[in-house]
Design a protein around this ligand. Structure first.
Ligand code: GTA
Length: 153
């Protein structure tokens, strides 16, 4: 029977193009990291809400909200840093898919936060994936997406 929980031994297909090492080094970083990327968040979710939800898996060291690089306002993602790997895996297992402000959040291992990674890399300042979204998203106006770039190119 399929489990309700995400399997922390399986890595997602996402790869940060700005990671300078090899694929092996990237995977090693993901398998040992205590940093998480949280995606598909509402633009209205606050650091306090993230703290409250993710501290259920363990003690949090730091939260970094992802910001639109033009408006400097939250744009749907954040990084959560734990002290222990066990807590990090528990968060992937039990919190991924949880509904926060009406949206199922995506929790992914991350290779590690560095200054600059908090900014959306999309052309309009937000997250890249929102600009290419072709499915219906109830926050469509906020996310400026709906295949805007796909249609134009
Ligand atoms: N650990 O899944 C993730 C993740 N994502 C999606 C972003 N970050 C992530 N980290 C982890 N796991 O620090 C991190 C980035 C950065 C910050 C903001 O969040 O490392 P971004 O989302 O604005 O830009 O990053 P990024 O990551 O450079 O975008 P990328 O890789 O081009 O695309 C992200 C997603 O957008 C893709 O997985 C795909 O679903 C969609 N997408 C991109 N290009 C296209 C396209 N041409 N057509 C359709 N879909 C596309």
């Amino acid at each position: 029977m399929a489990s309700l929980f995400k399997d922390p031994s399986k890595l997602s297909a996402y790869r940060d193009r700005r990671f300078s090492g090899s694929q092996e080094e990237y995977e090693h970083a993901l398998r040992t990291s205590t940093t998480l990327y949280v995606g598909n968040m509402s633009f209205y979710s606050t650091e306090e809400q993230v703290y409250e939800l993710f501290s259920r898996a363990g003690e949090i060291k730091k939260i970094i909200m992802g910001l639109d690089k033009n408006t400097k306002t939250p744009c749907g993602f954040c990084f959560v840093l734990y002290y222990s790997r066990e807590d990090t895996e528990d968060a992937v297992k039990y919190i991924s898919g949880t509904i926060l402000d009406d949206r199922p959040i995506r929790v992914d291992f991350d290779w590690g936060f560095e200054e600059g990674r908090q900014w959306g890399r999309g052309r309009s300042g937000g997250q890249v994936r929102d600009e290419y979204r072709t499915d219906y998203d109830p926050d469509i106006l906020l996310r400026r997406g709906y295949g805007k770039l796909v249609q134009r190119e």
